[in-house]
Design a binder for this molecule. Structure first.
Ligand code: ARG
Length: 491
C-alpha cells in the first residue's frame, strides 16, 4: 500500500525479511487505540469531518473486536495492514485521512511505549507478589537455623528466614529500578511524525492525554530515534533475572539429598524418563538460565542502537521482539519463583542438626573471648582455629571436645585462660545462642528479623498502592477514550 515511488511488489523473500508482522500482534491493540486518539485529535483540529471520523472509528473498533479480519497480505507490518483495513472499510475518502500528520516512525514507538508501560505494571505486580510470599515464608521460618555459606563452605549460623529476607531486599531494588523506569517510558512520541514534525496543525498534548501519558517526548528527532527508555527497562529486567537466578541456585543446592534443607513441591518438580526416583528442580534450573537469556537480549539491543544515525532506521524494528520476549520471560520467571517459594517445605530439623554439629559457631566463640576475656581478636582467632583443628581430627563438633584437648590448645597458644571457662563458652554456643548474641543491625538476630519484616511489609504496601494508581490511571484514560469513541459512533 505504501509503494508510491517504488514500482511493483516486493519479492516474497524480501517481504518476509522485512516483515515485523509476527511480533506486531502484541502491539496491535495499542496501534488501534493510538489510531483512535490520533483520529479524534485530527477531527478536533478540523482536519477530518465528523462523518469521516465516525467511519474511521467504526473500522478501528471492528479491527479491535475481531483482529483476524485484518488481512496481512502484502503489508510489511501491522501499521500498514491496519491502515489498509481502515481504508477498505471506511473508504479512501475517510480512511485515507487517518495517517495525516503521522508516520510509522512515531507510531511504532508510541505502541511500544504503551506496551512496555503495561508490562512494567505487570512485572512490578509480580515482584510485589513474590516479595509478599518471601515475607510470609520468612515469618514462618525465623526458627529455621541453618549455616550461612561463604565459598559454599559453612561460615556462620543464620536462619532460612534471614536469607529469604535478603532476597526480598534485592528484589526491592529490582522493583524500585523497574518502577522508576515507568516515568521515562510513559511519554508520548506521537506527533513527532517521520522525524521533523508537521506543518499540519496538531495537538500533541491532546493525544498524550487521551492515551494516558504523563507528558511528551518533545523533540521530534529524539521522539522517533531514541530507545534508551526500553534499554533501561530491559537492563532492569536483566538485573532482576540475575537476582532470581541466584535464588534458584541456592534453592537447587539446598534441595539436594546431601543438603536436604528444603523440599520442592511436586508440582514445581520434574522427573526423569529413566531414573524413577528422580525429583528434579527443572523450573529452578530454567529460572537460572533465564538470566543470560535476558542479558543477551539487552546486549543485542545495545548493539543495534550503537552507531545508528539519528532518525528512524529499520534496524530499530529488531528491538521489538527483544523487548517483548525479555518482558515475557522475566514476568514468567518471577511468577515461577513465587510459586516455588510459596509451596516449598522447610526441613527445620535437618537444618538444625547440621547447624548444631557445625563449626560455623567458631566466630561467635572467638567474639565471646573478645568480649568476655578481652583477648585481642587475632589471638582469639588462633585459639578457636586450633580447637577446630583438634575437633576435626575426629570429626567431633566443638561442644564434644574434652577438657584435656582444650587444656593443650591453651598451653600451645601460651595464653592466660582457664580451660574450664573456655569449655563453658564453647558448650554455651548453641545455634540459638549464636543468633541471640549477634545483635548487629541486619543480622539474623530474631529481633532484627522482626524489624526487617515489619519495615518490608510497609514498604511493599507503598509500592502496591503506587502500581495500582498507575494502572488505574491508564485504564481510566482508555475508558475515557472509549467514551469519546462511543460518542462519535453514536453521532
Ligand atoms: N515495522 C516497523 C518497526 O517495527 C515500523 C516502522 C517502519 N518505518 C519505516 N519508515 N520503515 O519498526
Amino acid at each position: 500500500m505504501y509503494r508510491s515511488r517504488p514500482k511493483g511488489k516486493l519479492d516474497d523473500d524480501v517481504l518476509n525479511f522485512l516483515s515485523s508482522m509476527s511480533h506486531d500482534q502484541s502491539i496491535l491493540y495499542y496501534d488501534i487505540v493510538g489510531s483512535e486518539a490520533h483520529s479524534i485529535m485530527l477531527h478536533e483540529m478540523g482536519h477530518i469531518s465528523q462523518p469521516e471520523l465516525k467511519k474511521i472509528l467504526a473500522a478501528l473498533e471492528q479491527a479491535k473486536k475481531d483482529p483476524s479480519n485484518i488481512e496481512t497480505g502484502d503489508a510489511e507490518d501491522i501499521h500498514e495492514a491496519l491502515e489498509a483495513f481502515v481504508i477498505k472499510n471506511a473508504g479512501m475518502d475517510a480512511g485515507g485521512k487517518m495517517h495525516t500528520a503521522r508516520s510509522r516512525n512515531d507510531q511504532v514507538v508510541l505502541d511500544i511505549r504503551m506496551k512496555v508501560r503495561d508490562d512494567i505494571n505487570s512485572v512490578c505486580t509480580a515482584i510485589i507478589d513474590l516479595i509478599d510470599g518471601l515475607l510470609k515464608k520468612a515469618s514462618e521460618n525465623k526458627d529455621a537455623f541453618m549455616p550461612l555459606y561463604t565459598h559454599l563452605q559453612q561460615g556462620q549460623i543464620g536462619s532460612f528466614s534471614h536469607i529469604l529476607l535478603s532476597y526480598a531486599d534485592a528484589l526491592f531494588r529490582d522493583l524500585e529500578r523497574i518502577y522508576q523506569s515507568f516515568g521515562r517510558v510513559n511519554q508520548s512520541p506521537l506527533g513527532a511524525c517521520a522525524i521533523g514534525g508537521t506543518s499540519i496543525k496538531i495537538d500533541r498534548k491532546r493525544t498524550a492525554v487521551l492515551l494516558g501519558f504523563d507528558g511528551l517526548v518533545r523533540n521530534s528527532v529524539d521522539a522517533t530515534t531514541s530507545r534508551d527508555a526500553f534499554i533501561e527497562y530491559v537492563s532492569d529486567l536483566a538485573i532482576l533475572t540475575t537476582t532470581l537466578a541466584r535464588m534458584a541456585e541456592d534453592l537447587i543446592i539446598w534441595s539436594t539429598s546431601e543438603f536436604g534443607f528444603i523440599e520442592l513441591a511436586d508440582r514445581y518438580s520434574s522427573t526423569s524418563s529413566a531414573m524413577p526416583q528422580k525429583k528434579n528442580p527443572d523450573p529452578l534450573e530454567l529460572t537460572r538460565s533465564k538470566a543470560p537469556v535476558v542479558a543477551g537480549k539487552l546486549i543485542s539491543m545495545l548493539g543495534i542502537v550503537k552507531s545508528l544515525p539519528s532518525g528512524y532506521s529499520r534496524d530499530l524494528q529488531d528491538l521489538k521482539p527483544l523487548i517483548i520476549d525479555a518482558s515475557a520471560t522475566a514476568l514468567g520467571t518471577v511468577k515461577i519463583m513465587d510459586g516455588v517459594i510459596r509451596t516449598l517445605q522447610v526441613r527445620k530439623e535437618r537444618m538444625y542438626d547440621v547447624s548444631k554439629n557445625s563449626y560455623a559457631v567458631s566466630l561467635d566463640i572467638a567474639e565471646q573471648l573478645v568480649t568476655k576475656k578481652h583477648l585481642p581478636f587475632r589471638m582469639a582467632h588462633k585459639i578457636v582455629g586450633a580447637l577446630v583443628a583438634e575437633a576435626a581430627k575426629s570429626g567431633r563438633p566443638l561442644a564434644d571436645l574434652d577438657p584435656k584437648d582444650i587444656e593443650s590448645v591453651i598451653k600451645a597458644a601460651k595464653i592466660e585462660l582457664e580451660a574450664g571457662e573456655l569449655a563453658r563458652i564453647v558448650k554455651d554456643m548453641t545455634p540459638e545462642r549464636s543468633l541471640e548474641y549477634r545483635t548487629s543491625e541486619g543480622s539474623p538476630n530474631p529481633q532484627e528479623q522482626d524489624a526487617m519484616i515489619k519495615a518490608d511489609i510497609a514498604k511493599l504496601d507503598g509500592y502496591r498502592e503506587g502500581v495500582h494508581k498507575r494502572s488505574k490511571f491508564v485504564q481510566g484514560s482508555f475508558e475515557n477514550l472509549a467514551r469519546e469513541v462511543e460518542k462519535y459512533l453514536g453521532s
